[in-house]
Design a protein around this ligand. Structure first.
Ligand code: ADP
Length: 528
């Protein structure tokens, strides 16, 4: 490879990197212009480009009289660049920030003053060496250099420290995002440290110095990934805007290169159509995004309302059930058989209603993300034995036979929220009772490698292939369900699935078709 191809590849890489950083910075700014985080990211990307360009020029155009100026500019932009990183991390991920007094009256003035100082002879005094004799010019360091070093060290160390503290105190999505950004920054700084400091200073290898902007790629890529994965910034609208912008620009360039009147007319028409289309596209995207965010708000309000209403319904229902059962048991004196029958209906209906209310409460919790799990080590065999014992009266009343298959010597330990997990298995067994007019139910608990598999098989009404596909969705009830059990909400299995997922498990159903029975399976990790 000749020097000139090396130079070209060099320039190309730097050019592409700079373009990528520019586009990303621009997209992020566009996606939420009001957010201080997005603005700081934009500032950071612009200063990365500035630093990169100046750095590149200073090493590629080392004519003697320019050396002093470019050297000064390099550290000037390096300082501003470090400051923009500091600000980005200081505000991340907030939309609005009130800067502290220390920030406004100490850090900012110190950064501005020391940046200005870097342009004066106080930091780099001048050139030494006899230029006329063709000596390589040497830049003479001044006493101010130490100030520059201290300020830049403070900014970088403080940034990394703040980022680490924020990472430590963050949770869930924010922690993930910060994790990516942190990894990106660590990568980037390692590259810069090795190629821009250790190589030139310790080994005199300056060949990689102009590539500085390329070393910012890890940071840019990791940040983009955080954006892509967690919608850190609202990038979709901005990307559409950029695409529309590029297409419009290309169609404009087309006009410039068109030949002949008809060519010009066609291209101008195309340009106008594309321009109007692009504007409408971006406007529609923005409206859609707004509507979406309103819908999300409404959805949350709905869940909050359902949660509130369900809470309010619960206590009167408990009172109704309690008094009904006292009347049935004769605590208020003897009652006639007819009255007993009527009050029993009140009792059963309030019981059903209480289950439905609980279902709604659980759904709103799942949707608001406020379902709390209290994991404990429990024995799966004991759990199922207890549930079967509780369900026995129901099963006998329905005239069904129930079998439980399990090996008695094995351990079936799982980590589960006892109440919620019990609700899952109870729901499945209860369904089998409800949807099996005659025949039997076979429950089994098995060890499968590092998993525990629960199965509930019945000889009931079965489920069609089409229904199986949507059985665990909200409000799904099969057509054949109403024939045997008219009271049902289609919420039980949806809730069961969410609970099983929270246990790192899976739940599924198999059936040969309607009238051919069903088999429900729940699989969760085994605790060893
Ligand atoms: P619900 O029973 O209140 O309708 P679920 O979410 O528990 O709600 O069940 C959803 C639907 O799945 C039922 O309406 C029924 O169509 C079907 N289903 C559930 N269990 C069985 C089963 N063992 N056999 C046949 N169909 C079943």
């Amino acid at each position: 490879m000749t020097i000139s191809t090396f130079l070209n590849i060099d320039l190309l890489t730097v050019g592409i990197t700079i373009a990528a950083i520019g586009i990303l910075g621009f997209l992020i700014l566009l996606s939420n212009k009001k957010s201080i985080t997005n603005r700081s990211f934009f500032l950071f990307s612009i200063l990365t480009i500035l630093y990169g360009v100046i750095n590149y020029i200073s090493y590629k155009v080392p004519t003697a009289d320019l050396t002093l100026l470019t050297t000064r500019l390099v550290i000037f932009s390096a300082l501003l660049h470090a400051y923009s990183l500091f600000q980005l991390i200081y505000v991340f991920p907030l939309e609005k920030v009130t800067f502290s007094k220390k920030y406004k009256f100490v850090i900012l003035p110190v950064v501005i003053l020391s940046a200005l100082l870097t342009l004066t002879p106080f930091v780099f005094v001048g050139l030494s060496g006899n230029l006329a004799a063709g000596d390589v010019p040497v830049v003479q360091k001044g006493p101010g250099l130490i100030i520059f070093v201290l300020v830049i060290l403070f900014l970088v160390i403080r940034s990394v420290y703040t980022l680490l503290i924020k990472f430590k105190n963050s949770k869930n999505v924010e922690r993930d995002q910060l994790g990516y950004i942190l990894s990106g920054i660590l990568f980037t700084f390692t590259l810069i440290l090795v190629f821009n400091f250790i190589f030139p200073l310790a080994f005199n290898i300056v060949r990689f110095v102009p590539l500085a902007p390329v070393f910012f790629l890890p940071f840019i890529i990791f940040t983009s990934f955080a954006i892509y994965k967690h919608k850190l910034f609202n990038i979709k609208v901005a990307a559409t805007a950029l695409l529309a912008f590029l297409v419009t620009v290309f169609s404009f360039i087309n006009i410039i290169f068109s030949s002949g009147t008809s060519g010009i007319v066609i291209n101008v028409t195309a340009f106008i159509i594309i321009l109007i289309g692009s504007i409408r596209l971006v406007r529609d995207m923005l409206r859609l995004e707004e509507a979406n965010s309103r819908l999300r708000d409404l959805d949350r309000q709905k869940s909050e309302f359902v949660s509130f209403a369900s809470h309010q319904l619960r206590s009167p229902l408990t009172a109704m059930k309690g008094y009904a059962s006292l009347i049935i048991e004769g605590d208020y004196g003897p009652i006639t058989a007819d009255m007993k029958e009527a009050v029993s209906r009140i009792y059963e209906s309030s019981n059903t209603l209480a289950t439905v209310v609980d279902d709604y409460l659980n759904i709103s919790r799942i949707e608001l993300g406020s379902m709390k799990y209290n994991f404990k080590d429990i024995d799966a065999r004991e759990l199922v034995e207890n549930i079967i014992a509780e369900q026995k009266p129901n099963i006998q009343k329905a005239g069904l036979k129930i079998d439980f298959n399990v090996f008695h010597n094995d351990s079936y330990k799982i980590s589960a929220d006892p109440d919620k997990f019990k609700q899952v298995i109870t729901n499945i067994i209860d369904n089998s009772v409800k949807y099996t007019p005659k025949g039997s139910i076979t429950v089994a608990v098995e060890r499968k490698d590092d998993k525990i598999l629960f199965s509930v098989k019945d000889t009931g009404i079965g489920i069609s292939k089409a229904t199986i596909a949507v059985l665990f969705d909200k409000f799904t009830r099969a057509n054949n369900a109403n024939e045997v059990n008219i009271r049902g909400t289609g919420l039980g299995l949806y809730i069961a699935k969410q609970i099983v997922i929270a246990h790192n498990g899976r739940v599924w159903v198999e059936s040969e078709g309607e009238g051919k029975g069903s088999q429900f399976y729940v699989e969760v990790p085994r605790k060893v």
